[in-house]
Design a protein around this ligand. Structure first.
Ligand code: PHE
Length: 453
C-alpha cells in the first residue's frame, strides 16, 4: 500500500474524479450517441439516467472505496463474501477493454492537434473533412498515435498520479469549457443553428416510445461510461478519501461538470454538422462526428487554426486524465496483489493494453466490437453487481459510510438505499438484457458480414 498516494489537497479528489469523468465520453462518444439515439429523444433519456441512475450509482462506488481504502479487487474481497468477492476481476477486464480502444481514439485527437501545428485545417467542405478523418483513423498513422498516447499514459502512471493529475485538470477543465463556449457561439451564427437546436432540444415523445429498446441501453451505457462508473475507478479514487468529505456534495459537483460539458458539446457540434450537411447527417455521423464537423469548422473560421490546436490539444489532455484513471485501477491492483513495483506493473499492464488496441488501429469494426462490448455489457454488468451488493447484501455498511461527513443525513440515507435497491436494479437489469440483445445483433449482423468479406 505504501506505493499508493493520497490527495494533496482537499480539492485533489474532485479534480481527479472530474478529470476521469470528463474525457472522450463527453466530447467524442456523446455526439454520436445523440446521433444514434435520434437527437433530443436521446438527450432527454440520457439526462434522466444521469439523475436517477448515475447519481445513486456513483455514491455506491464512493462508499465502497472510502469504506475499505483499497483497490477495487481488494475492496470487494474485504467487504463481501462468497461469489461477490470476485467482482473486482470483472473491473480489471473492463479496464483492459476500454483502454485498448480509448487510446486509439485519443491518438486521433493527438494527430489532429499535430495537423494544426504542421498544416492547419484546410478541409472546409464536408467531403475533404471526411477524407482527412479516413486517413487519420486507420492504418499506420493510427498505430503511430496509439503508441504515442499509450506511452504518455504509461509514463504518467509509472511516475505516480498525484501532481500530474491535479495540475493538468485544474487547467484543462476551464480550458475545455471556454473553447466549447466559443465553438457554441460560432455555431449560433450558422444558418443551420435553428434546425440544430430543434434536433437537439425538442424531443419527439413518439420516438422515445417507439425506440425505447435502443434508447435505454444506449443512454444508460453512455451515462456509466461518461461518469467512469461500473469498473472501479470511483472506488479507487474514493479509497484515498478522508471521512470528513461529504460524498453527496462531491458527487453532485462531479456530475455537474461532466454533464454540463457533454451538453455544451452538443451546442458546439450540431449546428456545424447540420449547417454543413443537413439534419439527416447528424443521425448518420458515427465515430467520425466531432472530427469531421469540427475540422471543417476550424477550416472555416478566422483564427480557426489556433482554436483547433487548442481544442484538439485540450481534448487529448482530457483523454489523458481519463486514461490514467483506467490504467491506475489495473496497476494499483497488480502492485497490491503481486507486491511488485509501480514501474514494472505499469509496463506490463500498459503493453498488454497496447497490443489489444492494435486491431482497432487497422479496422474500425474492432472499435465497434470493443465499444459495444464495454458499453452494452461490461459496464452495466459491473454496476449491477455493485448495486445489488450494496443495496441488498451489505446495506448497513453503505448507509453508515454515506452518513459520514454529512452533518444531518436524516432520511436521505434510506432514500438513497431504496433508490439503489429497486429503481436502479430494475433499470440495470432491463438495460443489460436489451444491451446483450443489441450486441448479439451486432455480432450476427455487421460483424459477421465483416468477417465474411
Ligand atoms: N469517463 C471517461 C470519459 O468520459 C471514460 C472512462 C470510463 C474512464 C470508465 C474511466 C472508466 O471519457
Amino acid at each position: 500500500m505504501s506505493e499508493r498516494e493520497t490527495w494533496a489537497t482537499r480539492t485533489g479528489f474532485i479534480f481527479a474524479a472530474v478529470g476521469s469523468a470528463v474525457g472522450l465520453g463527453n466530447i467524442w462518444r456523446f455526439p454520436f450517441a445523440v446521433g444514434e439515439g435520434g437527437g433530443a429523444a436521446f438527450l432527454l433519456v440520457y439526462l434522466l439516467f444521469i439523475a436517477i441512475i448515475g447519481f445513486p450509482a456513483i455514491l455506491v462506488e464512493f462508499v465502497i472505496g472510502r469504506r475499505t481504502n483499497l483497490n477495487p479487487v481488494g475492496a470487494l474481497q474485504s467487504l463481501a463474501t462468497g461469489p461477490w468477492r470476485y467482482i473486482g476481476y470483472l473491473f480489471l477486464a473492463t479496464g483492459f477493454a476500454i483502454m485498448a480502444y480509448y487510446s486509439v481514439v485519443a491518438g486521433w485527437f493527438v494527430r489532429y492537434f499535430v495537423i494544426g501545428i504542421t498544416d492547419g485545417y484546410t478541409v472546409a467542405d464536408p467531403d475533404s473533412a471526411a477524407a482527412l478523418f479516413g486517413s487519420v483513423s486507420t492504418g499506420m498513422d493510427a498505430l503511430l498515435y496509439h503508441i504515442v498516447f499509450m506511452a504518455a499514459v504509461i509514463g504518467v502512471v509509472a511516475v505516480g498520479i498525484r501532481d500530474g493529475i491535479e495540475k493538468a485538470v485544474k487547467f484543462m477543465v476551464p480550458a475545455i469549457i471556454i473553447l466549447l463556449v466559443v465553438l457554441a457561439a460560432y455555431g449560433a451564427t450558422l444558418s443551420g443553428a435553428g434546425e440544430a437546436y430543434a434536433y437537439y432540444l425538442s424531443p419527439d415523445f413518439g420516438v422515445i416510445a417507439a425506440e425505447w429498446q435502443t434508447l435505454l441501453p444506449l443512454a444508460a451505457g453512455q451515462a456509466f461510461f461518461t461518469l467512469s462508473l461500473g469498473m472501479g475507478v470511483m472506488i479507487t479514487y474514493a479509497s484515498y478519501l478522508g471521512e470528513d468529505r461529504n460524498l453527496v456534495k462531491d458527487a453532485l459537483t462531479i456530475i455537474g461538470f461532466d454533464t454540463g460539458i457533454a451538453v455544451l458539446v452538443g451546442f458546439a457540434v450540431f449546428p456545424i454538422i447540420i449547417t454543413g450537411a443537413g439534419v439527416e447527417a447528424a443521425g448518420e455521423e458515427t465515430v467520425n462526428a466531432v472530427f469531421v464537423s469540427l475540422a471543417a469548422a476550424f477550416s472555416d473560421i478566422t483564427g480557426g487554426r489556433i482554436l483547433g490546436l487548442l481544442f484538439f490539444g485540450t481534448v487529448a489532455l482530457a483523454a489523458l486524465s481519463s486514461a490514467i484513471s483506467i490504467l491506475e485501477v489495473v496497476v494499483s491492483y497488480i502492485i497490491d496483489q503481486f507486491d511488485v513495483d509501480r514501474r514494472p506493473a505499469t509496463a506490463v499492464a500498459g503493453s498488454g493494453i497496447f497490443l489489444l488496441g492494435i486491431p482497432v488501429t487497422q479496422d474500425l469494426i474492432f472499435l465497434d466490437l470493443l465499444d459495444g462490448f464495454v458499453n452494452d455489457f461490461l459496464l452495466v454488468l459491473g454496476a449491477l453487481l455493485l448495486v445489488l451488493l450494496v443495496g441488498w447484501v451489505i446495506p448497513d455498511a453503505g448507509r453508515d459510510e454515506l452518513a459520514k461527513g454529512i452533518t444531518d443525513i436524516g432520511k436521505r440515507g434510506d432514500i438513497w438505499l431504496w433508490l439503489v435497491r429497486i429503481p436502479l436494479v430494475v433499470v440495470l437489469v432491463v438495460t443489460l438484457a436489451l444491451g446483450i440483445e443489441g450486441y448479439h445483433e451486432f455480432l450476427t449482423g455487421p460483424f459477421s458480414e465483416w468477417l465474411a468479406s
